[in-house]
Design a protein around this ligand. Structure first.
Ligand code: NAD
Length: 261
């Protein structure tokens, strides 16, 4: 492991589980000081413990916040600046899948709920973090889109619309902020085994979700689920200076699934 994050302060949303948790562990191992944000206070404590077990010297703040509420977004940004004086990196990652259904049955309420977290939450996070990054004159953002943001998945109107939207926001803002020394990229994961994917498989086949999972990945070129720590490696690279001239791009991390369409 490098110490390329020594002295860097990073905000991670959705840090109480899955990809956010894995990125927290990876960045801590590389010396980052962290602000972990999630709705789920228990999940945040679990991530904090994992981080401190692996890297006891790391400074970790946890903030229970709902990314759909602008005052909560402002709270986690202000708390980071108060504690660390700057924001070097932002993993803008909290998201939900929503209930799977045909478009005609998806429902306006469910659609609005998924958009509120996955798109409005990402937008508000960017807006508040970018204000600070522009003042300080540096920073890097990674937004979590999805393979469902670059192709059709089916039965996921809200999710697909929100994740396509995240890619639009990424490209738009990258174009605006590159001139200020700020890079904004997105990742497009496909089927990484986390609580979200487990719930998704349970929606498809509640009684045999594990065999539904095997079937699901049987068409993937690598014929397996991705691991959260593999996403940790990608996000750690993208947020770091090693990716210093990578801006406005979307990187699939899906075992090659996106290449099949
Ligand atoms: P997860 O369910 O394990 O973690 C998501 C976290 O986000 C949870 O801790 C949850 O409490 C938090 N969260 C949800 N709504 C929130 C809100 N309003 N405010 C604050 N926190 C909130 O899922 P994951 O697989 O780790 O997903 C992380 C991101 O990756 C999501 O944006 C998801 O859409 C995306 N993604 C995941 C996969 C995958 O295969 N796992 C694939 C593509 C995209």
């Amino acid at each position: 492991m490098t110490d390329r994050y020594a002295g860097k302060s990073i905000i991670i949303t959705g840090a109480g589980s899955g990809l956010g948790q894995a990125v927290a562990e990876r960045l801590a191992a590389e010396g980052a000081q962290l602000v972990l944000v999630d709705l789920n206070a228990e999940g945040l404590e679990a991530t904090k413990q994992l981080v401190l077990d692996a890297a006891p010297q790391v400074q970790v703040e946890v903030i229970t916040a709902d990314v759909t509420r602008e005052e909560n977004v402002k709270k986690y940004v202000d708390a980071t600046v108060a504690k660390f004086g700057k924001i070097d990196g932002f993993f803008n990652n909290a998201g939900i899948e929503g209930k799977q259904n045909l478009t005609e049955d998806f429902g306006a309420e469910e659609f609005a709920k998924v958009i509120a977290v996955n798109l409005n939450g990402v937008f508000q996070g960017m807006a508040h973090v970018l204000k600070q990054m522009r003042e300080q004159g540096f920073g890097s953002i990674v937004n979590t889109a999805s393979v469902g943001g670059i192709r059709g998945v089916g039965n996921q109107s809200g999710y697909a619309a929100s994740k396509h939207g995240v890619i639009g926001l990424t490209r738009n803002s990258a174009r605006e902020y590159g001139q200020f020394g700020i890079r904004i990229n997105a990742i497009a994961p496909g089927a990484i085994m986390t609580a979200m994917v487990e719930n998704s498989l349970k929606q498809m086949d509640p009684d045999n979700w594990e065999s539904a999972g095997e079937q699901f990945v049987s068409v993937n070129p690598m014929k397996r689920f991705g691991k959260p720590e593999e996403v940790g490696g990608l996000v750690s690279f993208l947020l770091s200076e090693d990716a210093g001239f990578i801006n406005g791009t979307v990187i699939p991390i899906d075992g090659g699934q996106h290449a099949m369409y």
